[in-house]
Design a protein around this ligand. Structure first.
Ligand code: ZN
Length: 162
């Protein structure tokens, strides 16, 4: 994806208020992010560990999503799979991310959830630039381009539900 600025990111959020988008944590090291190898940018908030965010470019538009995640419960799910990039991680490596829906539905408290890599580094797992703790991505018959396409469409399907 193309490199984004803090301004691009703050103005992209579809499921939080303008005030929230202005205050939320945006990484300081945007210039150093590996944009060429990212299908979307995802990050957490060091000051609020249950929050995470992602932004993706979709048809020349930047779409940002604010999410919360539930840390894995003890004894629950030894391994689980990210619904975006289909990487399997040991417990804690995948989390249920929930995003408040946009508009009135969100104000009424409706949210949408999906299991995702807790570190939101799906793009890097796909490209083999980061290896999951188990060392396990199952053998894919798809090419990297096809896997990227699948990850993007999984993500867009999530965004469409917001
Ligand atoms: Zn993933």
């Amino acid at each position: 994806m193309r490199a984004l600025t803090e301004k691009d990111i703050r103005s992209s959020f579809v499921n939080c208020s303008k005030g929230e988008a202005k205050r939320l944590h945006v990484p300081r090291d945007l210039d150093d992010r590996p944009w060429d190898d990212l299908d979307f940018l995802g990050w957490g908030d060091p000051g609020a560990p249950d929050r995470s965010y992602l932004v993706v470019e979709r048809q020349d538009r930047i779409v940002g999503v604010a999410m919360r995640f539930q840390p894995a419960r003890r004894g629950f799910l030894h391994r689980s799979m990210c619904s975006l990039c289909l990487t399997t991680h040991p417990r804690g490596g995948v989390a249920l991310m929930t995003a408040r829906r946009s508009g009135p539905a969100g104000r009424e408290g409706n949210s949408v959830g999906a299991y995702m890599c807790t570190d939101l580094a799906c793009s890097l797992y796909l490209r083999g630039l980061k290896v999951p703790e188990t060392g396990a991505r199952f053998e894919e018959s798809l090419t990297l381009e096809e896997q990227i396409e699948r990850t993007r469409s999984n993500l867009f399907a999530f965004i469409d539900k917001l």
